[in-house]
Design a protein around this ligand. Structure first.
Ligand SMILES: *Cc1c(COP(=O)(O)O)cnc(C)c1O
Length: 364
C-alpha cells in the first residue's frame, strides 16, 4: 500500500535524540527546546516561539494568552481539522463557523465580515492543506474591527501570501509537528508571536501559571511543555525543511503534469504560494469521489477524503452555526476532495502509479 504520508526521519534525528537521552535532559529543559523555538521563529520571521506538546495545545495557549473566554466569539472556518474549532471551546468561547472561499479553501472574508458582532474577539484563520488563506484581507478586517487574528498554520509551514510567510500576520500563529505534518517531532506544536507580552504570558501559562516566585501562581495554567527529546527531533527536521519542501514541490509538479485535464487539481491561489501539504484533487461530486477512493484503494493506494464541515455535527456545534450562512462552498469542497499520497520520499514510480490509476478510473 502506498500511504498518504510518512515522515522523513534519518541519521540527524537519531543522533539528536541520542544526544538528548545521553545528556539525561529528557524532560522539558535542555538545549534543544530553545534551539527549536528560535529556529522556527527565525525561519518564519517572528520574534518568539513557544513549543508545546501539540498543535492543539498551542492553539489553546494562544486563546488563553489573548484572554479569550466565556461569552466571547471567535470566527473560524466551517472546514478544517476539528482541533482548530475545539481549541476555541477549550477556552469556553464560542466558535462561529464561516464558509470558505473557493480559490484558497480558507475563510471567505466577506462572510466573516457579516458575522462580526460585539461579542467577536478574534478570527481563527486556517491555512488548509498547505494553501495560504486570504490572510492579508483578514488582517485588515481584524484591524478595522479591533479584534485579534490567530493563524492556524498546522498544515502550511512555509506557505506564502504575496511573498510573505503565513504565520507572520496574526498576533499569534500556531504550528503542529504531528507525524504527518511538514516537519514532525512525533507529537508537538509551537505558538509564534512578535509580542514580548504574549510570549511571556504563553511561557507562564505553559508552566501552570507560575510567576517569578516558585510555587506561586498568577493564574491557572497548564502543563503544555514540549520535551527535549521531541525538540531534538524538531531541530533535525528544521534543518531539512527546505529540502522537504523542495522534494514535495517536485512531486506536485509531477502530479500536475500527469493529471492536468483529467481531474480538478489543487492550485496555489493567485495571491500566494501553497506548500501542498497533502496534494489534493476534486472529483465531480461525492459519489464520484467515493468510487475513486475505492478504485485507488484496490490499486494499493491509500488516500483520504477531505475533512467534514463542522456544521454537519449540530449535536456538538449547534451554537456555532450561523443562520445567515449556507456553507455551500465548504460542503461542496468537503464532498469532492481527496488527499493523494504526498510525502517527500514518494518516488517518481509511485506518483506514476497513482496518476495511471486515476487516468484509468476516468478512462483516459
Ligand atoms: C494537525 C492540525 C492541528 C492539530 O495539531 P496536533 O499537533 O495534532 O494537535 C490543528 N489544526 C489543523 C488545521 C491541523 O491540521
Amino acid at each position: 500500500m502506498i500511504p498518504v504520508y510518512k515522515p522523513s526521519i534519518g541519521k540527524e534525528e537519531e543522533e539528536n535524540v541520542l544526544k538528548a537521552v545521553r545528556s539525561s535532559w529528557i524532560s522539558s529543559s535542555g538545549e534543544f527546546i530553545e534551539r527549536f523555538e528560535n529556529g522556527l521563529a527565525s525561519y518564519i520571521g517572528t520574534k518568539h516561539g513557544v513549543a508545546t506538546p501539540s498543535g492543539t495545545t498551542a492553539l489553546h495557549l494562544a486563546f488563553e494568552a489573548l484572554g479569550i473566554g466565556a461569552g466571547d466569539e471567535v470566527i473560524t472556518p466551517d472546514l478544517t481539522f476539528i482541533a482548530s474549532t475545539n481549541s476555541i471551546i477549550y477556552s469556553r468561547a464560542t466558535p462561529i463557523l464561516s464558509d470558505i472561499d473557493r480559490e484558497s479553501w480558507g475563510l471567505d472574508v466577506e462572510k466573516v465580515r457579516q458575522k462580526v458582532t460585539k461579542k467577536t474577539k478574534a478570527v481563527l484563520a486556517v491555512h488548509l492543506y498547505g494553501n495560504p488563506c486570504r490572510i492579508k484581507e483578514l488582517r485588515e478586517l481584524c484591524d478595522e474591527k479591533g479584534i485579534y487574528l490567530v493563524e492556524d498554520c498546522a498544515e502550511a509551514l512555509g506557505a506564502e501570501y504575496g511573498g510573505r510567510k503565513v504565520g507572520t500576520f496574526g498576533e499569534i500563529s500556531c504550528f503542529s509537528f504531528y507525524g504527518n505534518k511538514t516537519i514532525t517531532t512525533g507529537e508537538g506544536g509551537m505558538a509564534l508571536t512578535d509580542s514580548d507580552e504574549l510570549s511571556g504570558r504563553m511561557l507562564q501559562l505553559r508552566n501552570h501559571g507560575q510567576g517569578k516566585k516558585r510555587y506561586y501562581y498568577d493564574f491557572i495554567g497548564f502543563n503544555y511543555r514540549m520535551t527535549n527529546i521531541a525538540a531534538a527531533i524538531g531541530v533535525a527536521q528544521l534543518s531539512k525543511l527546505e529540502n522537504i519542501l523542495q522534494k514535495k514541490k517536485k512531486i506536485v509538479e509531477h502530479y500536475q503534469k500527469e493529471l492536468n485535464g483529467v481531474i480538478e487539481l489543487q492550485r496555489s491561489p493567485a495571491f500566494g504560494k501553497s506548500t501542498f501539504w497533502l496534494f489534493s484533487v476534486l472529483a465531480k461530486d461525492a459519489a464520484e469521489r467515493n468510487s475513486l477512493i475505492e478504485h485507488l484503494h484496490n490499486k494499493g493506494i491509500d488516500t483520504r477524503e477531505f475533512f467534514a464541515p463542522a456544521h454537519l455535527m449540530p449535536k456538538l456545534y449547534a451554537g456555532s452555526i450561523s443562520k445567515s450562512d449556507n456553507y455551500a462552498v465548504s460542503t461542496e469542497i468537503s464532498e469532492r476532495g481527496i488527499n493523494l499520497p504526498s510525502y517527500p520520499e514518494l518516488t517518481d514510480g509511485e506518483v506514476k502509479q497513482v496518476t495511471d490509476s486515476i487516468k484509468e478510473f476516468y478512462g483516459k
